[in-house]
Design a protein around this ligand. Structure first.
Ligand code: PLP
Length: 434
């Protein structure tokens, strides 16, 4: 299968030095992106450059400290563009999504009381479940679980509506499932939750490498993601509506500043990681510029826009990523569905690829997930196995403790890699059948 696209695949792959790795002379195909993506060279350079040339703490009157302040300022603005807010001060950096969510849950739960209700879902990563369960327990509030449809692993919106009420204080939901790839209708969920008087916390960790978040259009109260999933280093990001960040009391050392985002950033920042996170967004924007160039070359008289804003170039880049990834996903899903004994969890309808990311999990009726992952790994096909902390889902399907095999495609994957994976799986299953 050749993919007719202007997607700048060669340019993209050239950016990622990790893709050159081999295992037993096999080139490695990284299908483990949902656990952590590969990073472009510019991210590695940004981290190294900070450590070599700018290493300092904030607030000093000497060049390295001033440059550290400037770096933070520009990283807030760049990540704000990624999340779709005109407010750089609404971006909080931290260790990772889990830590930021725990910190926020503790602060939010001080505003809850017995009788209040918190909605979480059975489709989410545990980092968007347990922090709320523990915070609700501390406040004496009740947690209710929104179910999903067994057949296609889409969220049960009727169940959500039946559980949403004037008692609901918070709805915590993922933008996309990190195990079955389902993309949730978060704009609709935000609208309905807020009409009922509840706040909404969105987990965009799995969504952000595949689609561009839009906190303004979605009108969410909170959103968290992690740079190491969108081609950056291990840094967490929290967005909060400025008025919420101002009015809620953080757990913070003295003196607690009123100004944002400092009010919510605790301890000394991971400056080098933040420099890398900014470089990851710059890479995604550059990908958008490549798309402009590619289509301008292909189409007669096409002209690239003179000055595209960062958000606009990101939109272009993500649009191309989405188109390309859906073509890979189609190939993967149709190939997997022809392998005997293998069962895919989640959406398999090729007409509904817009409703899922290219993250596909499956089980086999005789081979365990770990057996499959180990065998593939030996020939350079890196797939994940287990529950990936999407515990509500694996428990629901009775898949604990063995879990599933997860193939997570990213825009740096290729048709040839997917074909190689399918071929190896077919062989593996036919040996098992023999
Ligand atoms: C959907 C989702 N949410 C949350 C997390 C936790 O993110 P972090 O590792 O930044 O705490 C992950 C990590 O895999 C994830 O996939």
């Amino acid at each position: 299968m050749t993919i007719p696209t202007t997607f700048p695949l060669t340019w993209c792959r050239d950016q990622f030095p990790g893709l050159r790795r081999t295992v037993a002379k096999h080139p490695v195909a990284f299908f483990d992106g949902p656990g952590g993506s590969q990073v472009p060279q510019r991210v590695i350079d940004a981290v190294g450059h900070y450590m070599a040339h700018t290493n300092a703490n904030r607030g000093g009157q000497y060049p390295t400290a001033v440059e550290s302040d400037q770096l933070l300022e520009s990283a807030h603005a760049t990540v704000a563009a990624l999340l779709g807010t005109p407010h750089p001060e609404s971006i909080v950096f931290g260790a990772n999504m889990t830590t930021l969510t725990f910190a926020l849950s503790r602060a939010l739960s001080r505003t809850w009381q017995p009788g209040d209700e918190i909605l979480v879902t059975r489709l989410d990563h545990d980092a968007n479940v347990t922090p709320w369960v523990l915070a609700a327990r501390d406040a004496g509030a009740t947690v209710r679980y929104v179910e999903f449809h067994r057949a296609d692993c889409t969220l049960d919106l009727d169940d959500f509506r039946s559980k949403l009420s004037a008692k609901t204080r918070l709805v915590a939901v993922g933008c996309a499932s990190n195990i079955v790839g389902t993309v949730n209708p978060v704009q609709e969920i935000c609208r309905e939750a807020q009409a009922a008087g509840a706040q909404v916390f969105l987990d965009a960790v799995h969504y952000a490498p595949h689609s561009l978040p839009d906190v303004t259009e979605w009108n969410c109260d909170w959103l968290a993601c992690s740079a190491y999933k969108f081609f950056g280093p291990h840094v967490g990001v929290l967005y909060g509506r400025p008025e919420r960040l101002k009015s809620l009391s953080p757990y913070k050392l003295r003196p607690v500043t009123e100004s944002l985002p400092g009010r919510w950033m605790t301890g000394t920042q991971n400056f080098e990681g933040i420099a890398g996170a900014k470089a990851a967004v710059d890479y995604l924007a550059d990908l958008g510029r490549q798309v402009v160039t590619a289509s301008a070359t292909n189409a007669s008289h096409a002209t690239a826009p003179a000055v595209a804003t960062l958000r606009a170039t990101l939109q272009r880049g993500y649009h191309a990523i989405g188109d390309y990834e859906r073509q890979l996903a189609e190939l993967l899903l149709s190939g997997l569905s022809q392998i005997p004994g293998l069962k895919i969890l989640g959406l398999t309808d090729l007409g509904r690829l817009q409703e899922r990311t290219p993250t596909v999990s499956f089980v086999h009726d005789r081979l365990s997930a770990i057996q499959i992952a180990e065998t593939l790994g030996r020939s350079g096909l890196f797939v994940g196995h287990g529950n990936f902390y999407a515990l509500q889902l694996t428990e629901f399907f009775g898949l604990e403790p063995q879990g599933v095999v997860r193939v997570g495609l990213m825009h740096y994957n290729t048709v040839e890699e997917v074909a190689r994976l399918l071929e190896s799986l077919k062989k593996l299953v036919s040996f098992a059948d023999a």
